[in-house]
Design a protein around this ligand. Structure first.
Ligand SMILES: C[S@@+](CC[C@H](N)C(=O)[O-])C[C@H]1O[C@@H](n2cnc3c(N)ncnc32)[C@H](O)[C@@H]1O
Length: 373
């Protein structure tokens, strides 16, 4: 965010340069991105909660208004809360990537005010590794008392639902370029030129699953860029492993594996965001810009399947929210009245020019899907 104190950006730059020197002159882009976003006190997501929303750098479904939380609360009550396997005992709602706690506030307000979900039954846990962000969240959610708890890492056992919005796109990614002369992917690292950060090549072998058939190799243009996020996949797999009953749900912009290798994506999907403007300049102003890449939903879904989960929903956000809307119409009790701002918010969440087209949802659970896919 542009409001970052100059000293903080200097401290961050120096720390990245030190890491580069310690590594012999180059670090992976994934390490650069992890430091630029999460370096304690000076990384982009450590500066201010106000990076999300109208006055910040980018909007999310959460920043559109409380409606997104109300819809998800309704879905939790009707789909997750109705699961036979969760019929008795507490239901845990675990959120990761909670940032300033806004979505938690919206979901908790809806569940404690209008819903039929037995208030004594559920507890809200925020998984937050950053002490700074925990402080923002605790301030916002103070009125919910001990119904909200925090942990730095995912719990080892969850009975309920693990929710996230735009979490997976914020995990560090590796960046790879196709080199036609060698017919191979080369991982990109980051070095320091004396004036600024610059791209370097790393000797890492490419992922085996990226081996391309001869006919693709011969047409892939020089410099075609592809990213992958082993950290995001590992996070989802760990969440799947922890899930005893219930499901995981995530909303994000992303693609299926085969959609990355298309002519329109030759520059990859990694982008820098500042004040709602997008830029391809990924190595300028670390700590002052958001860095984010499209989620590979195929890789994420496979990680859940490996842990024995079943895919319940894998579709556009618009379709999924439409289904929740229909459910609120069948069971209107407790769902807030529709007024003009809320209708507009629904349009923003589902319209193809806003969050409707690029945004997808993935829900994977233990056992059969209770709602029908
Ligand atoms: C793009 S923001 C989305 C914020 C919020 N969910 C929303 O939709 O408005 C991503 C958030 O995920 C957080 N994050 C990244 N990695 C995380 C992790 N391993 N565990 C918990 N939060 C994480 C970031 O710090 C940031 O606050």
């Amino acid at each position: 965010m542009s409001a970052m104190a100059p000293e903080a950006s200097q401290v961050l730059e120096e720390r990245i340069r030190t890491a580069i020197t310690a590594a012999g002159g180059t670090i992976s882009f994934a390490q650069y991105m992890a430091m630029a976003l999460y370096e304690p006190k000076v990384g982009y997501y450590e500066q201010t909660p106000r990076v999300v929303g109208r006055g910040g750098d980018f909007a999310t479904s959460v920043s559109v208004g409380s409606l997104f939380g109300e819809l998800i609360a309704h879905w939790i009550e009707k789909e997750v809360g109705a699961l036979e396997t969760l019929a008795s005992g507490p239901l845990e709602i675990v959120e990761a990537g909670a940032h300033d706690g806004r979505w938690a506030e919206d979901i908790l307000s809806a569940l404690t005010q209008g819903s039929d979900l037995n208030r004594e039954r559920f507890r809200y846990r925020i998984v937050e590794p950053s002490a700074t962000r925990q402080t923002w969240q605790r301030e916002r959610l103070a009125r919910f008392g001990d119904r909200v708890v925090w942990s730095e890492t995912l719990p080892t056992e969850v009975r309920g639902v693990i929710v996230s919005n735009e979490l997976l796109d914020a995990f560090p990614v590796e960046r790879w370029r196709w080199r036609t002369s060698q017919r191979r992917w080369v991982e990109q690292g980051v070095g320091w030129t004396g004036q600024g950060f610059d791209w370097t090549a790393l000797p890492t072998p490419a992922p085996v699953e990226w081996e391309l058939p001869e006919e693709v190799q011969s047409v892939l243009p020089e410099g075609f860029v592809r990213e992958r996020s082993p950290a995001a996949v590992a996070w989802w797999e760990q969440a799947a492993m922890a899930l005893r009953e219930g499901c995981l749900i995530t909303f994000d912009y992303g693609l299926e594996a085969e959609e990355f290798l298309t002519p329109g994506r030759s520059a990859g999907t990694l982008r820098a965001y500042r004040q709602h403007r997008v830029s391809d300049d990924l190595l300028s102003s670390p700590g002052e810009v958001d860095l984010t890449a499209h989620v590979d939903f195929s890789a994420i879904a496979e990680a859940g399947l490996r842990q024995g989960l079943v895919t319940w929903h894998r579709e556009r956000q618009s379709r999924f929210l439409m289904r929740i809307l229909e459910s609120t119409q069948r069971n209107p009790g407790g769902f807030p009245e529709w007024n003009t701002p809320r209708v507009r918010a629904f349009q923003t969440l589902t319209h193809p020019e806003h969050f409707g087209r690029g945004f997808r949802v993935l829900v994977q659970g233990r056992g059969r899907c209770p709602w029908g896919a």
